[in-house]
Design a protein around this ligand. Structure first.
Ligand code: OSB
Ligand code: MG
Length: 367
């Protein structure tokens, strides 16, 4: 493949509403956009989605810039990769830093798919022409959560996820279930519980949750296996799954019944597809997680979710869920709970250059 330059852009925009979890609140969202360009003017896009501080993963916008500018980009431009499959071994001497690698891999794979004139999902064998959409309600106030569900239900979302913690769980879920006895509902605890909370977590079985996401430690796999034996509700792992190896360990131990695959957190397309294939072999359903991201990351997620193992609606909501205006055209739209998969080459969406430019706070080009 041809690759002539790589451009980094840091962009920032306020969220429409603050995104609250027990770990903190996100008001403004900063990400890094990567553009990989060839001599013919084709551009592949990637989006690095760490937060500005390390509350969810250890990576931040600044650590990603450091890894990209000082290691990953120089190594990649010097090696002149012939095919994106070479990238993972090229970068194998750089430990972890999954979000930096994921975004650069995304940009180069998008460029490759555009050069081959094929939609990204098809490049990886994805066959779906539409993907099922779910949405996150980041509010621990029952009245507010119910109001939000009512609003989102007009788009027909196929799965609602509510953030919980030991101070906002049983009553919150009881009130939501009182109003909506049958909606497909799940809860995400973002590691708010310990094994001492087993009796409390067992009480949540009553609320017919599709699954409970990451109840225990962000880096735990063993304790989740113990907990799963005591719960009827399937556990879904998110924070604990940072690689194929983590997924293999979790499935071997019975730590979960479902896996949330976040391409960014596992280091990109290659690793995400490996985890997907492992889960398909083991009959474990997967869904595509979200990072409160802009349209480029969403577009990659939509393409990933066309793969056959993605049988559960993911955290893939409309552009308007978080943004006054997104950086892609057309914006992501959820209708009747589904998103139409684009067929254009690469990520399948165009860039809203005017919006991208207006949000850019830093720009650097490497050749
Ligand atoms: O735990 O899945 C999570 C957002 C930021 C960090 C972690 C998580 C989330 C979400 C939102 O739940 C997903 C989205 O709509 O983008
Ligand atoms: Mg989660």
């Amino acid at each position: 493949m041809k690759l002539s330059s790589i451009t980094l852009k840091v962009i920032m925009a306020p969220l429409k509403q603050p995104f609250k979890t027990h770990l903190g609140t996100v008001n403004d969202r900063e990400v890094i956009i990567i553009e990989a360009q060839d001599e013919d003017g084709l551009i592949g896009y990637g989006e690095a989605v760490p937060f500005s501080s390390p509350w969810y993963t250890e990576e931040t916008i600044k650590t990603c810039l450091h890894m990209l500018e000082d290691f990953l980009i120089p190594l990649t431009l010097a090696s002149k990769p012939r095919h994106p499959v070479e990238l993972q071994s090229l970068w194998s001497g750089i430990r972890r830093n999954a979000m930096a690698k994921s975004a650069l891999e995304q940009a180069i794979i998008d460029l490759y798919a555009k050069q081959k004139e094929i939609y990204l999902g098809r490049l990886f064998g994805g066959e779906r022409s539409e993907v099922a959409a779910g949405v996150v309600i980041a509010s621990n106030d029952a009245e507010d959560a119910i109001r939000q569900i009512e609003g989102f239900s007009r788009s027909g979302y196929q799965r609602y996820k509510i953030k919980i913690d030991p101070r906002h769980d049983i009553e919150l879920l009881a009130e939501i279930r009182g109003e909506y006895p049958d909606i497909p509902l799940m809860a995400d605890a973002n590691s708010a519980y310990t094994l001492d909370d087993i009796p409390r977590l067992q009480k949540l079985d009553e609320y017919k949750l599709m699954m409970i996401e990451q109840p225990l430690g962000h880096d735990d796999i063993v304790e989740h296996a113990r907990l799963q034996k005591r719960l009827q509700t399937p556990i879904c792992l998110d924070e604990s799954i940072n690689s194929y190896h983590d997924a293999h360990s979790a499935l071997s131990l019975g730590s979960c019944g479902v896996i949330n695959i976040k391409m960014a957190k596992v280091g990109g397309w290659t690793e995400a597809v490996k985890i997907h294939d492992l889960c398909v072999e083991n009959d474990v359903p997967v869904w595509c997680g979200g990072m409160i991201e802009f349209g480029i990351s969403r577009a990659h997620n939509i393409a990933l979710a066309t793969l056959k193992g993605f049988t559960v609606p993911g955290d893939i909501s409309s552009s308007s869920r978080y943004w006054e205006e997104d950086i892609i055209e057309p914006e992501v739209v959820v209708k009747n709970g589904t998103i139409q998969v684009p067929e254009k080459a690469g990520i399948g969406f165009s860039i809203n250059e005017k919006r991208l430019k207006a949000l850019t706070t830093y720009r650097q080009i490497y050749r």
